[in-house]
Each structure stands twice: as structure tokens, then as C-alpha cells.
Design a protein around this ligand. Structure first.
Ligand SMILES: [Zn+2]
Length: 61
């Protein structure tokens, strides 16, 4: 995951910053508690593709 690419990517919902979860290969929006999958190195920035993070799931990074 390119660090510069990560800098320009924002959450499509709240336009907030995202954090990269290396383990799950997801971009996480802490505000919305959504995880956007990265497939073949390409972030999927679609709300419909995002995973809702369970309330008990710890957000790393
Ligand atoms: Zn968001």
C-alpha cells in the first residue's frame, strides 16, 4: 500500500482520514467504523463494498 496514496484517500461518506489495517488489508474509517477492502492493491472505496466493524473490534493503527 502506497503511503502517498493513503494520504489522498478519504472516507467516501464523511471525507475523514482512513487508517490502513495491514493485517486485514482494509482501509478503516474510525468515525463510521467501516472497513474498505483492498483488492489486488487497489482500495475499493464503495460504501456497498465496505465491511461494518463490530463494536468490539479493536481498531489498530
Ligand atoms: Zn467515514
Amino acid at each position: 500500500m502506497d503511503a502517498k496514496l493513503l494520504e489522498i484517500l478519504v472516507c467516501p461518506l464523511c471525507k475523514g482520514p482512513l487508517v490502513f489495517d495491514k493485517t486485514r488489508q482494509e482501509l478503516i474509517c474510525k468515525a463510521d467504523r467501516l472497513g474498505f477492502p483492498i483488492r489486488d492493491g487497489i482500495p475499493t472505496m464503495l460504501e456497498t463494498e465496505a465491511r461494518e466493524l463490530p463494536a468490539d473490534e479493536e481498531i489498530k493503527a
